[in-house]
Design a protein around this ligand. Structure first.
Ligand SMILES: *Cc1c(COP(=O)(O)O)cnc(C)c1O
Length: 357
């Protein structure tokens, strides 16, 4: 039996996609070879990259003047690629709303004057600073934010309007809700949360911003080079790109991001409503900023939390242990988590509460 997998990443993929990949694994597109065996320069593979890019453009409404790239190294490598491609004046502002945005800021500081202009660390990242009152500096190269905070379970409900291009890490929510790509200079996302197996990272970048990477920028991190080479500058993570394309096909079939967002809102509402109506479980995030992807919660004690995680796993509800920085539990309910998975979790939570309250 398949488990309901609440892992924050790598995370669950749609069963139909896994089955399709399994069915076609030994003979990809009539080549007589596996997609893991064919040349990345072959026509069959190039078609997969092109289809993936076209689907992403269609589903997210990405304008033609933006590059869409499939790169490697995870979102963490993009923490360096952002300053290396954009920091011409040597100044950038960062909003720190969790562990990953803090890491991005620290990486930025290796290359120039990267300032943390707002942070929610004072209340252990349980909210997002008011985007209308952040003291952004003048003459910066970009402003960096992380739109959904995977570990702490918060998300922006509106994005700051900035003079400098807005750069967003959307790793744990890409394609979960509609965003206006035009209001961002760069969007990037590791695929292993909401899109594909680990190995591929999506970069969406306005082309006029990426023409002059810093001289020290490694060739592989130059978005311009990746763009000019259709993401095939070197051997790309072929299997992950193939899987991403299958996931994107499915998303289109299901009605696109708007439809997916409605389902995601529904799943999150079920879970938060249950938590809010229970005297036993608590979610510490300010309601307005609650993530619809990552839902952290606790029972009245660390001992009960540990028992919860263990007993849930025995019932096929796995990877519910919270991040070590937060403790407790975390249910990641990305696009691939069906409503039934959330209902099964709530049923287990009810049972556990009855037995332990
Ligand atoms: C997981 C995650 C990362 C790190 O991604 P890697 O691919 O492991 O480098 C960065 N940012 C956010 C928001 C994440 O959720």
């Amino acid at each position: 039996m398949r488990a309901y997998n609440f892992s924050a990443g790598p995370s669950a993929l749609p069963l139909e996609v896994l089955q399709e990949a399994q069915r076609d694994f030994l003979d990809f597109a009539g080549t007589g070879m596996s997609v893991t065996e064919i040349s990345h320069r072959s026509k069959a593979f190039e078609e997969i990259v092109n289809e993936g890019e076209a689907l992403l453009r269609e589903l997210m409404g990405i304008p033609d003047d933006y590059a869409v790239l499939f790169v490697q190294g995870g979102a963490s490598t993009q923490f360096a690629a952002v300053p290396l491609n954009l920091m011409h004046r040597g100044r950038a502002d960062y909003v720190v709303t969790g562990n990953f945005s803090k890491k991005a800021w620290q990486e930025g500081k290796l290359y120039g004057d990267a300032a943390c202009v707002a942070s929610s660390e004072d209340r252990t990242y349980t909210y997002i600073p008011d985007v209308r009152s952040i003291p952004f500096r003048a003459d910066t190269d970009y402003v960096h934010i992380c739109t959904n905070n995977t570990i702490f379970g918060t998300r922006y409900v509106e994005f700051p309007k900035t003079q400098a291009p807005l750069v967003a890490d959307m790793s744990s929510e890409i394609l979960s809700r509609e965003v206006d790509v035009k209001s961002f200079g760069v969007i990037y996302a590791g695929a292993q949360k909401n899109l594909a197996p680990a190995g591929v990272t999506i970069v969406i970048a306005r082309r006029d911003l990426i023409q002059n990477p810093l001289p020290m920028c490694p060739t592989m991190l130059r978005w311009k080079v990746q763009d000019e080479n259709n993401s095939l500058y070197n051997t790309p993570p072929c299997f992950s790109i193939y899987m991403a394309t299958l996931v994107l096909r499915r998303l289109k079939k299901l009605g696109g991001v708007k439809e997916m967002n409605a389902v995601n809102e529904y799943k999150a509402e079920l879970l938060y409503d249950f938590i809010d109506n229970s005297p036993f479980y608590t979610n510490r995030v300010e309601k307005k900023y609650r993530s619809i992807m990552n839902v952290p919660f606790v029972t009245p004690s660390a001992e009960l939390d540990a028992a919860f995680v263990k007993e849930a796993a025995a019932c096929g509800l796995v990877s519910l242990k919270g991040h070590r920085l937060v403790g407790g539990m975390r249910a990641s309910i990305y696009n691939a988590m069906p409503v039934e998975g959330v209902r099964a979790l709530i049923a287990f939570m009810q049972k556990f509460e009855r037995e332990n309250a």
